[in-house]
Design a protein around this ligand. Structure first.
Ligand code: 1GP
Length: 294
């Protein structure tokens, strides 16, 4: 994977030019992505998850722009477990370039809002293979309820040197898969948190806090038939110092509101974006979710 990505870095001046020595894209020089992610001010925000395997990079960039216009506050890049680095990287580059152009255009327009495009593009990886130097940050995750070393620390050890080299900021994240769990539950060999495992999710949240993780991601699995039980979110919320990210199976504004009311800081949707027939449908769907959580 290293040679492929390094070649891409050399071939594509943007990927390098977008990053000053500090590692944060110039479009977002005011605060780190971790600060942006964890300074929630009591509001629930929305993440649009884009799976690079599901569309070409230009389509991904168009979807990302519509998502931001509709009120999403972050873009995650990830999903499928076997996407080649090149595809992940090309998608990150296309989205960064699109946001950069929109920010520039807004800066030239007296009525434009440049800050609207200061949105982080964050890797949400299935392992050490899906990394890109063009991302602002990565959810650097321990799949806490996996039974396999690889997902607890193995992939992380493989990926960390590349992230350091690329200057991609790590967002320390405890990732906990809840029933039904879907493909990530199976592939990640997770001992799923059941809807009534209130004490267990509390123990995981405490463990995440004690490890120093800043984010806790409760995941029901992409396309899940049920979202994470809001009671689990409420219980995790009782632990201080964690930014709660909730995703999997959220398809309606009502479901998003349920998660937000239970204490989610971020709501992630992926399938909602993939299923939309066109960009206008996508805009309407994301707007409805964003309005419901505000
Ligand atoms: C998956 O939590 C995300 O990792 C999003 O799930 O595709 O069900 O929205 P959905």
């Amino acid at each position: 994977m290293d040679s492929g990505v390094c070649e891409l870095m050399m071939r594509n001046p943007y990927a390098v030019a977008a990053k000053p020595a500090g590692g944060i894209a110039m479009r977002r020089s005011e605060e780190t992505t971790l600060e942006y992610t964890t300074n929630c001010h009591g509001k629930t925000r929305h993440v649009t998850l884009i799976d690079p395997a599901k569309q070409d990079p230009n389509t991904a960039a168009n979807r990302a722009m519509v998502a931001i216009e509709a009120g999403s506050a972050m873009i995650f890049i990830g999903g499928s477990t076997d996407t080649p680095d090149e595809v992940v990287h090309a998608t990150c580059v296309a989205i960064q370039e699109a946001f950069e152009l929109r920010a520039f255009a807004a800066s030239q327009d007296p009525d434009g809002d440049e800050t609207m495009w200061q949105i982080p593009v964050v890797l949400f990886p299935g392992g050490a293979h899906a990394l890109s130097p063009a991302a602002d940050a990565i959810t650097f995750m321990m799949l806490m309820n996996s039974t396999e070393r690889r997902f607890l620390v193995g992939e992380q050890v493989r990926g960390a040197p590349y992230l350091q080299k690329f200057g991609v900021e790590a967002l320390p994240t405890g990732y906990v898969v809840c029933a039904p769990g879907g493909r990530v539950g199976e592939v990640g060999a997770a001992e799923l948190i059941q809807p009534n495992d209130h004490d267990l999710v509390h123990a995981y949240a405490l463990t995440a806090q004690m490890y120093g993780f800043k984010l806790l991601y409760l995941e029901a699995g992409s396309g899940a038939s049920n979202q994470v039980n809001p009671e689990l979110i409420e219980r995790a919320r009782t632990v201080d110092g964690l930014t709660l990210v909730i995703g999997g199976g959220i398809r309606s504004p009502e479901q998003a509101k349920r998660a937000a009311d239970a204490g989610a800081d971020w709501i992630v949707t992926g399938t909602l974006t993939e299923d939309a027939a066109n960009l206008e449908e996508l805009r309407a769907r994301i707007s409805a979710v964003v309005n419901a959580i505000n």
